[in-house]
Design a protein around this ligand. Structure first.
Ligand SMILES: [Zn+2]
Length: 65
């Protein structure tokens, strides 16, 4: 078992980002991990999905609001 550290990056004021997967506009975005082959940023939902895709059964802890 290993611990996955979630790096959360908060967007700067006034700048909108779009999720690279679902194209949703997001104000709080997540940087994809190396190895995912993604450019851009992810919304929390897609990030969670990616985490569980890549680390099935592990304890990915992502706080949802
Ligand atoms: Zn998304």
């Amino acid at each position: 078992m290993f611990f996955i550290s979630i790096k959360k990056t908060v967007g700067t004021l006034g700048s909108k980002h779009k999720c690279t997967i679902c194209s949703k506009e997001i104000s709080i975005y997540y940087n994809p991990m190396e190895g995912w082959g993604l450019e851009g940023v992810l919304c929390g939902d897609c990030y969670s999905k990616k985490i569980s895709d890549y680390y099935p059964g592990d304890h990915a802890q992502i706080s949802k609001k």
